[in-house]
Design a protein around this ligand. Structure first.
Ligand code: GRF
Length: 216
């Protein structure tokens, strides 16, 4: 038994994670409906992907707003009118203000290319290589007002091998990301993963103590 999740997907760029979610819905492995793709960058390739699949799109260009607060307010009212169950950040490159996060508390998901809580922020692959790490990974977490800081729901790691470049790590990470987001969303739609209104998280009827390890 599953419910159809209403999703708002926020992007800024290529949208390959958006594509993976679209593909899972079209393949019938994810019971969800993309109510809107919201994008802050009018040139994002992800907008072409959305158009190809006939999805509603809202472009809210942050450069059209005098300050972050006004942009956040516009984003918030757009998303409130969409009434999504979840807001899915998929390569969305703007930091959300605390007013926005509070308005949709426990209902915003983000995918981050690192094993959180390590390597918050940008350029995670380059920093992991520079530090001589032997593994890196991907995390999906709930968004709080602190950057890349909310509870981690799902995590996958991969080895870093001698001679690896940033692009090698990015490719390994993307491979996992494209499987992880559809998987996590389908667990939510099946009530296998439950995120309560007060932020309590249960997976397979037990309180989540640590991130679920993703197995491909
Ligand atoms: C992904 O690597 C994700 O981890 C990060 O931004 C990237 C987005 O890629 N947050 P895409 O736009 O989905 O291709």
């Amino acid at each position: 038994m599953s419910r159809t999740l209403r999703l708002a997907i926020l992007i800024s760029g290529s949208g390959s994670n958006l594509q993976a979610i679209i593909d899972a819905i079209e393949a019938g492995t994810l019971n969800a409906q993309i109510e809107c793709v919201v994008c802050n960058n009018p040139k994002a390739y992800g907008l072409q992907r959305a158009a190809r699949h006939g999805l509603p799109v809202e472009v809210i260009d942050h450069r059209d707003y005098a300050n972050r607060q006004q942009y956040d307010d516009a984003l918030r009212s757009t998303i409130q009118s969409i009434e999504p169950d979840y807001i899915v950040l998929a390569g969305y490159m703007r930091i959300l203000g605390s007013k926005f996060v509070t308005a949709f508390e426990h209902r915003i998901l983000n995918i981050h290319p690192a094993l959180l809580p390590d390597y918050k922020g940008l350029d995670t692959h380059a920093r992991a290589l520079a530090n001589g790490e032997t593994e890196h990974g991907v995390s999906i977490h709930l968004v709080t007002a602190e950057l890349d800081d909310g509870p981690v729901l799902l995590q996958a790691s991969y080895p870093i091998e001698a001679g690896d470049k940033v692009s090698d790590l990015q490719a390994r990470g993307h491979y996992l990301e494209h499987r992880m987001y559809p998987q996590l969303l389908s667990w939510i739609s099946e009530n296998k993963l439950i995120i309560d209104n007060d932020g309590q998280i249960h997976y397979e009827q037990a309180q989540l103590q640590e991130p679920i390890r993703f197995v491909d």
